[in-house]
Design a protein around this ligand. Structure first.
Ligand code: G4P
Length: 529
């Protein structure tokens, strides 16, 4: 197969949802359809289980699992599908945001009863801002839930999407009879038998045909006809270009647990979902079918075995082919590196591969060379954009609790920050170190990992910070900026990339500062133009 054909048959995507909507179940059912696993229960949830001994011990356990579920690849009807795992827990939102830089499209899972939930809103917003093509899967139709139209409205309003249903439920919950597949023009009857993988579908090319009455009963058939008429009147027809540009989102209904509606979703997905997309670098737009290899690190998994300093850097291949034992340029370090055992990921295992194509993810063993966001190329000095840090929500001073181990502490902090566990800010005034995190759980994780992996001890001290603002003066030489730096000296810090950050202590003081120094722009994201 030519490289072009290999690219054309790849689909790399992520599933996003609020915890409990059914992401793990859907992932598993997709793998079952792909023949990648033989039975349900094989995919471990990356959820933090409620009632676990302690949340952070549970996180450590999950960290073990999540190496295995980071990338789940399988073949379906000649298509190579790569599912990238995204943690649902809100404290790990930053991990999910980073993974979203490596997907070419997304499936959003929504619980029919709960509707649009908080985490879904946040994640979809990120996808929307990046124009990532999205398909929505409304799950748990076997349960009583919201009316389909009401739910479609809610999706449009809360998620600011422009939807078009490609399937439609016939009844719901106790009365759930099946779904009408608008995309394929057939009816899929629900039997509630989750052991069945391939459901039987009955072709109904004309919904006026009384075969529909025979299948679901006259009342349900008439109801469906009315509803489909309304769908036609209210929603635009499916437009593939609009979907690919991120302007229209097709919606499917089903029940992942019952393997119902999943085949329809998958069949449509392989047909419409984008092949690996071009990616913008600081220098130029890079196309997947270019001859030279390039890729970027979007995730680092470290120290699964504390006795060996093992790190696995996950690289999304953007262009060209990645070959084993070939020297590639680590652009930030300006070093050539060769990899003798790059890993490719399959449903339940990883395996050394000789060659990988755009859209694929390779896992490279690393001894500390990589940071999240690093670019690897055949030789060209390009830098991929788009792995920004967001302002953390929590801030604490970190102190050394064992003076004999200050080196270990520094190294541990450094490496955990490379992994993207949290963000480090160093105060300009006195060099004190501040750790910023998305969730409070991370502090425990950091403390635990510093001790167990680096033999260092730390304590925290509260610090009153409302937001980290990346500072962007219109004129760095202006009097206004100099005054800002002088007056706000106590609040100034540098991030890991030596960018200047203003740690605002309250929303009010931030607002006052912005009013007083209008030429000093504040960003809540570390990357800005
Ligand atoms: P998540 O990864 O998005 O967090 O969700 P997950 O797939 O773990 O699903 C959350 C719960 O919802 C699970 O039940 C799962 O069995 C259930 N579920 C998923 N899809 C459907 C569906 O189509 N219909 C119904 N009725 N339930 C569904 P649980 O009791 O929390 O876990 P488990 O003990 O059953 O695994």
């Amino acid at each position: 197969m030519s490289v072009k054909e290999e690219i054309a048959r790849r689909r790399t995507f992520g599933i996003v949802s609020h915890p409990d909507a059914g992401k793990t179940t859907l992932t598993e059912k997709l793998l079952l359809f792909g023949g990648a696993i033989q039975e349900a229960g094989a995919v471990k949830s990356n959820k933090i289980k409620k009632g676990a001994t302690s949340d952070f011990m549970e996180i450590e356990r999950q960290r073990g699992i999540s190496v295995a579920t980071s990338v789940l690849a399988f073949e379906y009807q000649g298509t190579k599908i790569n599912i990238l795992d995204t943690p649902g827990h809100k404290d790990f939102a930053e991990d999910t945001f980073r993974t979203l830089t490596a997907v070419d499209s997304v499936i959003v899972v929504i619980d029919v009863a709960k509707g649009v939930e908080e985490q879904t809103e946040k994640l979809v917003e990120v996808c929307r801002m990046r124009n990532i093509p999205m398909i929505v899967f409304v799950n748990k139709l076997d349960r009583e839930g919201k009316d389909a139209f009401e739910l479609l409205d809610e999706i449009e309003q809360k998620l600011h999407l422009s939807v078009t249903p490609l399937s439609f439920p016939i009844g719901m919950g106790y009365d759930f009879k099946g779904i009408y597949n608008i995309w394929e023009k057939n009816v899929n009857l629900f039997s509630g038998d989750s052991r069945k993988n391939i459901e039987e579908t009955v072709e109904v090319s004309d919904i006026q045909d009384n075969i529909l009455d025979k299948l679901v009963g006259s009342d349900a058939a008439d109801n469906l006809r009315e509803e489909l008429e309304l769908v036609q009147g209210v929603y635009p027809a499916f437009d593939k270009e609009a979907y690919l540009d991120g302007h229209q989102q097709p919606v499917f209904f089903g029940s992942a647990l019952n393997s119902f509606g999943v085949r329809e979703l998958l069949d449509c997905f392989v047909e419409i979902a984008p092949t690996p997309r071009p990616k913008q670098s600081e220098e130029r737009l890079v196309l997947p079918d270019e001859k030279d290899f390039s890729g970027f690190v979007f995730k680092i998994h470290a120290n699964m075995d504390p006795k060996h300093r093992d790190r696995l850097a996950f690289i999304k291949i953007v262009s060209g082919v990645f070959e084993r034992n070939t020297p590639y340029l680590h652009v930030r370090n300006k070093k050539k590196l060769k990899f003798s055992s790059p890993n490719a990921f399959f449903a339940e295992r990883k395996q050394i591969v000789d060659i990988s194509y755009p859209g694929d993810i390779v896992g490279l063993h690393d001894t500390g060379n990589f940071k999240i966001g690093d670019t690897l190329t055949s030789g060209e000095e390009i830098h991929y954009k788009g792995i920004p840090s967001f302002s953390p929500e929590h801030f604490r001073y970190i102190n050394n609790a064992d003076p004999m181990k200050s080196k270990q502490l520094a190294k541990g902090i450094d490496q955990l920050m490379d992994e993207g566990v949290a963000q480090l800010f160093t105060l300009e005034l006195n060099g004190r170190k501040v750790i910023g995190t998305v969730g409070a759980l991370q502090y425990e994780v950091i403390q635990y990992r510093l001790e167990h992996e680096y033999g260092a001890k730390c304590t925290y001290e509260p610090l009153n910070v409302h937001k980290a603002c990346w500072v962007d003066p219109e004129d760095p030489k202006s009097e206004e900026f100099k005054e800002f730096l002088r007056v706000k000296q106590r609040f100034m810090a540098k991030d890991k990339r030596d960018q200047l950050v203003f740690l605002a202590d309250s929303a009010f003081s931030l607002q006052m500062t912005q009013q007083k120094y209008p030429s000093v722009k504040m960003h809540f994201v570390s990357e800005f133009d």
